[in-house]
Design a protein. Structure first.
Length: 641
């Protein structure tokens, strides 16, 4: 049991919890929801004992093992598999005792610890660790690779694997799906459903919460409210507790009419029937979903371009991939024929590393074709969102200034009203970006895209860092958007609610996928089963080479590191270039802060500084673009080694 009794927690001048009560019982699977910054991670720190309540008590049963997912990974040369197995502290302790007793020649102690090793399931630990890592997207060839060789997102996956490996009575997971792709999210959901202990997780993925949770805790206005059931049940219960306002009802009817129009248009077309059925299910749920979000601070739309083309972008016999530092061409998708027409709404599916990001970056022009043709429509106007665009925001500028740079003639009052729909109200609209959270940066990036009135939205994991209320607002905005949409997302609710057709990126090809997300899950399982059967057949016919010795393993690991070395050097080169350019710009900004610089006698000095600033800004942009390409190439190479 986890019990909060009249708990208050203060951070600075702000109370995150104030006389809050909550009781969770053994075996419950509980989702913790609430706005970004409400205090969810601090609540987890209270449970772990890392923070103490200012008033009240947090009570946990004695002798309870708590496992949690760390948010940072230290630089280490331990292998991925060893790092995962380190999650089982007891197993590592027993192994140390076995080694010590063997060294000391203590046969009695050695026999005792071997028995303990069996009780701790030590003999199956390696295979269990490999299963966890494979489920989270790692390949068998990754098992012996040092943790330091992996990029940031993959290191977070290693932290998740380590938490799942740890024997526990209480498992705490803070946004475990943030760095996962759709395949890994589906696997994790299945794993957690079978977890026997008390699960307490923070997530903004409503379908993930629906698939796992028996209870929902809502952190709202410094209080904790426990709801029985999954997230959709929470929405129904919360809707019942909120006053039904006429304005909400009218807005709801407008949205119902929009969805009904889609259903009426496509329900009898064979290739749209499944999507039409999903819209019908949404209509049935809308009576409860709308009121549950009536007090959301987010409400916005994405304006459509003044002009459009029927054919927005077309790839003809195109080879997609990267040119490495050595000049070698790395083809991921060969002879690709893919196009997007006006009003199409496409979701991209496919295993990690198959080339979804490569396809997207090629479509928006971030990557050049290795071969073939790319043709844009005369009036194509792309709104492109990806995670790396968050780092491209000007840290010193405010949301208002970002918009004014796009539209210098826009009135500040109009800009601030517009930004209010994205949650930037009051002084928040004037704060520098450097103080923003990941969620706030993502909201600002989306607002910049919407402001420019695209006719094609290309979205690569747009819901990362967004809380449930913002995801809900984004889903509604995409439903109402009149143009074309291409989206990659691990958020199944967003996919089900906004796209009409799926394409599958796999085996170096892009092909239409005739099915829904349930069909894709079935496809994944069949693919994995076929792979296992192939491995078994290889073993049975003696085609698998005997296990290599440690020396050979070290040689192969060194060989892999050598293959990645040029890519890492390129990444480091552009990182240093970025740092140098930013330092130069900071120095120029400091000089330009001198008010005397703008006097008439210093005109020439000012012109020189402005020219230097333009040069270094261009250098910064060039290094940023090169860094992102190098990072993508490194991650793709890592996924294939």
């Amino acid at each position: 049991m986890i019990q909060f009794s009249q708990v208050s927690l203060q951070r600075g001048t702000q109370f995150l919890l104030e006389n809050a009560d909550m009781t969770l019982f053994e075996g419950q699977r509980v989702g913790l929801i609430g706005a970004n910054g409400a205090g969810k991670s601090s609540l987890f720190a209270l449970v772990r004992g890392e923070l103490s309540a200012d008033t009240g008590e947090v009570l946990l049963p004695g002798q309870r093992r708590i496992a949690f997912m760390a948010q940072e990974v230290e630089e280490t040369h331990r292998s991925a598999l060893d790092y995962c197995l380190d999650g089982d502290d007891r197993l590592r302790e027993i192994e140390a005792h076995i080694e010590k007793s063997q060294t000391n020649g203590d046969d009695h102690a050695h026999a005792h610890w071997l028995s303990e090793y069996e009780n701790a399931q030590g003999y199956t630990a390696k295979s269990r660790g490999e299963m966890l890592l494979q489920g989270l997207g790692f390949k068998m060839s990754d098992m012996d690779r040092p943790v330091a060789d992996f990029s940031g997102g993959w290191r977070i996956r290693l932290n998740l694997a380590q938490a799942l490996m740890s024997p526990s009575d209480i498992l705490l997971l803070d946004e475990p799906t943030n760095h996962l792709d759709l395949d890994a999210v589906m696997w994790l959901e299945s794993w957690l459903r079978a977890y026997p202990g008390t699960l307490f997780l923070i997530s903004h993925d409503r379908d993930f919460l629906d698939g796992i949770c028996s209870h929902i805790v809502h952190l709202f206005q410094k209080k904790l409210t426990l709801y029985t059931g999954h997230y959709s049940a929470y929405e129904r219960q919360r809707a019942e507790h909120l006053a039904q306002q006429q304005a909400t009802h009218e807005a709801q009817q407008t949205k119902r009419a929009h969805l009904q129009k889609y259903v009426d248009r496509f329900r009898y077309k064979a290739n749209k029937a499944k999507q039409a059925q999903s819209r019908l299910k949404m209509l049935e749920k809308m009576e409860t979903i709308g009121p549950a979000h009536v007090d959301s601070q987010f409400q916005f739309s994405i304006p459509f371009a003044d002009k459009t083309s029927d054919q927005l972008v077309n790839l003809i016999q195109a080879d997609l991939g990267y040119v490495l530092e050595s000049g070698e061409k790395k083809v991921q998708l060969a002879q690709t024929a893919f196009s997007i027409r006006n009003e199409q709404r496409i979701g991209l599916l496919g295993p990690n590393g198959a080339g979804k990001s490569t396809l997207i970056k090629t479509l928006v022009g971030e990557l050049d074709l290795l071969d073939g043709e790319r043709i844009y429509g005369e009036n194509t106007k792309v709104g492109y969102f990806s995670q790396h665009q968050l780092s491209a925001l000007d840290l010193e500028a405010s949301p208002v200034l970002h918009i004014q740079r796009i539209s210098p003639k826009a009135l500040e009052s109009d800009v601030r009203k517009y930004l209010g729909g994205f949650g930037f109200t009051g002084d928040d609209a004037l704060r520098p970006v450097k103080g923003f959270s990941g969620g706030e940066k993502a909201r600002l990036a989306l607002s910049l895209i919407a402001w420019q009135k695209p006719n094609l939205l290309v979205l690569d994991e747009p819901t990362n860092h967004l809380d449930i209320e913002m995801r809900h607002a984004l889903t509604e905005a995409l439903q109402e958007f009149e143009g074309a949409i291409l989206v990659v997302s691990h958020d199944r609710h967003l996919l089900n609610s906004t796209v009409d057709e799926f394409y599958l990126v796999a085996d170096h090809q892009v092909v239409g996928f005739d099915g829904d997300l349930k069909s894709y899950h079935d496809w994944l399982q069949a693919r994995q089963q076929a792979s296992k059967q192939s491995d078994s057949a290889d073993l049975a016919t003696g085609q698998v080479v005997e296990k290599v010795d440690k020396k050979e393993e070290r040689r192969r690991a060194a060989e892999k590191r050598e293959q990645l070395r040029p890519l890492k050097k390129a990444l480091e080169k552009h990182e240093k270039g970025l740092q140098n350019a930013q330092q130069q710009l900071d120095g120029i900004a400091e000089k330009m802060a001198d008010s005397t610089l703008y006097e008439a006698q210093n005109k020439d000095t000012l012109q020189v500084l402005l020219a230097e600033e333009a040069t270094w800004k261009k250098t910064l942009e060039e290094h940023e673009e090169a860094w992102f390409i190098a990072q993508e190439a490194l991650e793709e190479a890592e996924s294939e080694l």
